[in-house]
Design a protein around this ligand. Structure first.
Ligand SMILES: [Zn+2]
Length: 207
């Protein structure tokens, strides 16, 4: 899975005109707290790479009981970032869910259903996809929305634990997404396990 992330970052670098030969050691730029959870835990972000480059953001965890992304965000912080990539890493945007090993935040809100875009009422506390009382009702959602509006990523990678599925988005990441789909990295053996069907955007599935 880590190699897959590297491939995606590399593909984004290629899309931005950066060749693999130009890849250099990652450089730490900054670490900051972008918000606070319901329980008062900090939501942290780490920035590596080339300031002013193509902005890529990787979010390791949004659903607290899908924490394997933390292994990736830990490794990414030690990895080589291709030159020209302005990489932001948010290990978890749901630190309460991560601590409690539960899908939602401390209010039992599914943060992936709480974003303001296309928000709709869904369930109530206790329902696994409870969307919250209103759009962006949760402090974690407000924090990550404000952060994304600030950094304006060309590519966002969000980790879940749905086996062998890559779910391309349809939003702001469009600048990088098409070249990635066509790139050699995306057709590499590491990704052959991903079915054509799995590459289609998902609706309101299990992610
Ligand atoms: Zn998930």
């Amino acid at each position: 899975m880590l190699r897959r992330v590297g491939g995606l970052l590399l593909a984004c670098a290629i899309a931005s005109g950066v060749t693999p030969a130009q890849a250099q050691s990652s450089s730490f730029l900054e670490r900051r707290v972008i918000g606070t959870s319901v329980m008062g835990k900090p939501i942290e972000a780490v920035r590596l790479g080339t300031k002013g480059g193509v902005v890529v953001v990787v979010v390791g965890v949004i659903h607290g009981n899908e924490a394997a992304g933390l292994l990736i965000t830990d490794k990414l912080q030690e990895s080589v970032v291709p030159k020209g990539i302005d990489l932001w890493i948010v290990p978890t945007m749901n630190p309460d869910g991560t601590a409690l090993d539960q899908r939602g935040n401390a209010n039992q809100v599914d943060l992936n259903r709480n974003f303001p875009y296309n928000w709709a009422k869904m369930g109530k506390p206790g329902y696994w996809q409870f969307a919250g009382k209103s759009k962006a009702s949760e402090p974690e959602t407000k924090a990550i929305v404000a952060f994304m509006r600030e950094i304006k990523p060309a590519l966002g990678i969000w980790y879940h634990q749905d086996l062998n599925i890559i779910s391309p988005g349809t939003g702001l990441e469009a600048k990088c997404a098409p070249p990635i789909r066509d790139s050699r990295a995306f057709r590499s053996s590491e990704l052959r396990a991903v079915s054509t069907q799995a590459l289609q955007p998902l609706g309101s599935g299990a992610v």
